[in-house]
Design a protein around this ligand. Structure first.
Ligand code: GLU
Length: 453
């Protein structure tokens, strides 16, 4: 752990005191404060008016009950959240997560990360996050619809195209956004396309939004590899997860000449030394909504194809050149990082939010592995959400090529900003500090301009 100076240490102590039992939020704040040690020395003006303290305190937190009726006629209750973290740069913006692990601490850490991530995109969006401890696994389509409608029946009064613009995250994709948008439209009696992003194309969605997070992470890692004169060509890549982010990371990595040899879900991981067949993964995950072990059942075990059950091993034991964790927070531990380093990994790009533990990040950095933190590398999703808002505001719809070109430019800019900021603050090659400092300075300067509010 990096030693914080007295001022930053007391800010962290206060955050911990005020947000008890929220370890992920403490972890996210600590990581940013560790980077801010260098800002304190170079930009003491940004210590004024309690800017750091204010940035660590969400502007508003909403917690509500979501009652719904399952297919058997039972009344069910879930708890839901929207943490509106920071609106200095624009309306709150960030996804909604449906997963049994969701609690206020998880949503708070995600909203905090989102604030800096959104600042790095250069788009006019603040940071927020929402979700529920609802578990969509095994639920029928009608149950999902009833849950989304009940969730929006409360949420609708807190959001709007100029207030707060939610989108998807784990457990929330195009189907759920559709049900939520339908209920919002009914309750408000207005077709306010810009209130949600991640919509389907025929009612105001953006081309390339579905692909954007995975594509964006791949563009970021490509730029990072280029700083060392190398590329994806011929590299072996391991991607954890098999959701939207992982799937489109695979597609882009493959188009750049990389070979994806392993993917996973919460039940375990599959390895295919010949290259994971993406069409089959999409069929299993998006159409059948089945477990990833189906892959091995269909392909047949042997010839470099096998499945390892969760708990029997870690996907990070699979030898690779590039690791792209795209499942969930703290999925890659210090032990995993050591295994990756031992097997010769050269670069890591985080597709998920905070997937590497602090120990893991330290192992990578000490070994000289290029490490792209999620709040920079996975910003392509939310950046393209901002492009969706732009299209909605101008009642326009861009081509795929046009939208992807904007995404590629945004990712290159984020990369270059993190790289240059790390150099400027005396930590060349440290993308974690580069991202934290560049994001912080942007939000803090905007907050200062707006006065103490
Ligand atoms: N949930 C995504 C993220 O973590 C996307 C958010 C959005 O598009 O608003 O950045």
């Amino acid at each position: 752990m990096v030693q914080l100076n007295e001022k930053l240490e007391s800010i962290l102590a206060e955050v911990i005191r005020r947000n008890q039992g929220e370890p992920e939020f403490h972890q996210a704040v600590r990581e940013v404060l560790e980077s801010l040690g260098r800002v304190v020395a170079k930009r003491p003006d940004l210590l004024e008016d309690a800017l750091i303290e204010r940035i660590c305190e969400p502007e508003r937190q909403i917690i509500f009950r979501v009652p719904w009726i399952d297919d058997a006629g039972n009344v069910r209750i879930n708890r839901a959240f929207r943490v509106q973290f920071n609106s200095a740069l624009g309306p709150y913006k960030g996804g909604i997560r449906f997963h049994p692990s969701v609690n206020v601490g998880i949503i708070k850490f995600l909203g905090f990360e989102q604030t800096f991530k959104n600042a790095l995109t250069g788009m006019p969006i603040g940071g927020g996050k929402g979700g529920s401890d609802f578990d969509p696994k095994g639920r029928s389509d009608r149950e999902i619809m009833r849950f989304c409608q009940s969730f929006m029946t409360e949420l609708h009064r807190h959001i709007g195209e100029y207030t707060d613009v939610p989108a998807g995250d784990i457990g929330v994709g195009g189907r759920e956004i559709g049900y939520m948008f339908g209920q919002y439209k009914r309750l408000n009696n207005r077709f306010e396309a810009g209130v949600l992003t991640g919509k389907a194309l025929f009612y105001g969605g953006s081309r390339a939004r579905t692909e954007a997070t995975g594509y964006g992470n791949t563009y970021f890692v490509k730029a990072m590899l280029e700083t060392k004169g190398t590329s994806f060509d011929g590299k072996k890549v391991v991607i954890s997860g098999s959701g939207n982010v992982a799937i489109y990371t695979h597609a882009k990595v493959t188009s750049f000449g990389g070979k994806v040899i392993a993917m996973s879900d919460s039940s375990g991981y599959v390895v295919d030394e010949n290259g994971i067949d993406l069409a089959l993964i999409k069929e299993i995950k998006e159409i059948r909504r089945a477990r990833i072990s189906e892959y091995v059942r269909i392909k047949g075990e042997g010839k470099g194809v096998y499945f390892v059950k969760a708990g029997d091993g870690s996907i990070w034991d699979v030898a690779c050149d590039v690791a792209m964790p795209s499942a969930t927070q703290n999925e890659l531990t210090g032990k995993d990082a050591k295994a990756l380093v031992k097997n010769g990994v050269v670069a890591v790009g985080e597709g998920a939010n905070m997937p590497s533990t602090p120990d893991a990040i330290r192992v990578f950095q000490e070994a000289g592995v290029m490490f792209a933190p999620g709040k920079a590398a996975n910003a392509g999703g939310v950046a393209t959400s901002a492009l969706e808002m732009q299209q909605n505001a101008s009642r326009d719809s861009w081509t795929f090529e046009q939208t992807e070109a904007r995404l590629a430019t945004i990712m290159k800019n984020i990369h270059d900003t993190c790289y240059a900021t790390a150099e400027e603050y005396g930590v060349p090659g440290d993308y974690v500090s580069g991202a934290n400092i560049a994001g912080f300075v942007k939000v803090a300067e905007a907050m200062r301009a707006l006065g103490v509010i």
